[in-house]
Design a protein around this ligand. Structure first.
Ligand SMILES: Nc1ncnc2c1ncn2[C@@H]1O[C@H](COP(=O)(O)OP(=O)(O)O)[C@@H](O)[C@H]1O
Ligand SMILES: [Mg+2]
Length: 467
């Protein structure tokens, strides 16, 4: 499954941002704040919207603030300059010569200030004279001025400059001061600043209102786009695109499982565990190798497949499941306990594991009742025991049920004789045989009352005919 990397929804927001970009072809500076929770798609929205629009209509650079404050002040501006210089270096020699002269002219002998922070600028403009140090405040003003001169070089009427500042909520004080300075400068024109941020998370309090005030000084306004969760129609669109590629997998799995959903669930779980189907975070795709999946050997039918799987379970789980299968399609932990060599706590852990693996489901938490997920699973578990074990176990279960029938009476006679009749080889003494015959008679009479003749035959008569 491929989740395509295109922007879903957001059409009105896109139109809004593109309008702001258009307006910068007039004299204006534009500031667009894009807000929304983490992961709502701020970065993606801005990049996708501007990626297509800006190459034709302007120059684009971006910087991202760091959540850990690990980067030095102004680093977001340095990233943007680095990106712009990188773009210039890709142009022709002639273009580079023109840009070199423009930059040197604009920076008036102070270009070394930028080279110190963006070393690759030296490749474009050559080595520059050292700078006289100044007291901190004046040094900062000089730096701000040089930055302005540099950015202003890139903004033209027909080709505005677009700066994207991502994660503005983590901005440092110095970078924000410079942002205000850049926006306020009358010489700054044809500039669109797009800033993405999470509301309420600003490191510097009132950062946005300071910028708004500075913008207002030159008659510019701050526009805002708030990204809401995607609509269900957008999700539908996204999911149906993502599923389009699934046809090949569907036909292989259909062929392997014969459309049996139980089988399909089991196989899917196995394919995930064997990492034959994986989600690739990097590309945002579900990946699988259809050839490997096609070559995976699976048994011809569900029962065979499940019995192979069950055989590979840890022995304690296999044993508990096989004995549980003797008790019936559903059973209580308490009734299974006498037939395993585990404490109640251990058995509960084992059964929980079987639940997680999809063999059992919990019927009732209160009295620890479980149920096999499917009779095929119960059957596969049942077949795990060797013949000898089988009759031995039927004997033990039958005896314990018979005792319960005598003492409490809340047990079905059929269940008792069903187990005991499968363990006829254990009845050697005549009085034991007689007791069993009595029980069969009791069950037989019940069956006759309810005219359940097949049951009567299958459970009470047939086993004895071989005795
Ligand atoms: N409108 C959208 N359509 C499709 N995918 C989107 C959309 N918005 C976000 N995404 C996906 O969600 C992921 C997170 O978005 P991102 O822009 O990083 O969130 P934010 O910056 O708000 O934390 C992106 O990698 C992108 O693949
Ligand atoms: Mg982001």
């Amino acid at each position: 499954m491929i989740i395509p990397s295109c922007l879903y929804g957001r059409s009105s927001e896109q139109a809004f941002l593109l309008d702001a970009l258009k307006r910068t072809t007039e004299e204006t500076v534009e500031f667009v704040g894009v807000s929304g929770g983490g992961g709502i798609g701020k970065t993606f929205f801005v990049m996708e919207t501007l990626r297509n629009a800006v190459p034709k209509e302007g120059v684009f650079a971006k910087g991202k603030f760091d959540s850990q404050s690990a980067s030095p002040p102004y680093s977001v501006w340095i990233q943007a300059i680095d990106e712009l210089v990188g773009q210039l270096l890709m142009e022709s020699m002639l273009q580079n010569e023109v840009w070199k002269l423009r930059i040197l002219d604009a920076l008036e002998g102070y270009a070394q200030i930028l080279i110190e922070r963006v070393p690759k600028l030296e490749l474009l403009i050559g080595p520059q004279p050292a700078i006289q140090p100044l007291p901190p405040l004046e040094a900062q003003s000089r730096f701000h001025l040089i930055l302005n001169r540099f950015f202003q070089l890139f903004a033209f009427r027909e080709r505005p400059l677009v700066l994207f500042l991502d994660d503005l909520q983590w901005a440092d004080e110095a970078s924000l001061q410079y942002l205000a300075y850049l926006l306020e400068d009358w010489k700054t024109k044809h500039l669109l600043v797009v800033a993405a941020y999470r509301e309420e998370k600003f490191r510097v309090p009132n950062a946005l209102s300071h910028i708004e005030i500075r913008l207002a000084k030159r008659g510019a306004t701050m526009s805002r786009i708030h990204l809401n969760p995607l609509q269900s129609a957008d999700l539908k669109h996204m999911l149906s695109d993502a599923m389009r590629d699934i046809d090949g997998l569907v036909s292989v799995l259909l062929q392997k499982t014969d459309g049996n959903p139980l089988f399909l669930k089991q196989i899917l779980q196995d394919l995930f565990e064997a990492k034959l189907i994986e989600f690739d975070e990097y590309s945002g795709r579900w990946l699988w190798n259809l050839l490997h999946i096609t070559e995976t050997n699976v048994a011809d039918n569900v029962a065979a497949y499940i019995s192979v799987k069950i055989k590979h379970l840890p022995s304690s789980t296999a044993l508990a499941l096989s004995r549980a299968a003797f008790l019936g399609s559903s059973f209580a932990l308490e009734s299974l306990l006498p037939f395993v060599e585990h404490s109640a706590d251990e058995l509960s852990g084992i059964l929980d594991y079987a639940v997680r693996e999809g063999y059992l489901q919990v019927l009732s938490e209160v009295d620890s009742q479980y149920k096999f997920q499917h009779d095929r699973i119960q059957q596969a578990a049942y077949e795990l025991l060797e013949d000898y074990d089988c009759s031995d176990l039927h004997m033990r279960i039958g005896m314990s049920l018979a005792q319960r029938l005598r003492m409490v009476g809340d047990v079905n006679e059929f269940e008792v004789v069903n187990h005991l009749n499968r363990a006829l080889n254990h009845f050697e003494r005549p009085e034991q045989k007689l007791e069993l015959a009595d029980l069969n008679l009791l069950a037989g009479l019940k069956a006759k009352q309810s005219t359940a003749y097949e049951t009567l035959w299958d459970i009470c008569v047939k086993p004895w005919s071989y005795w």
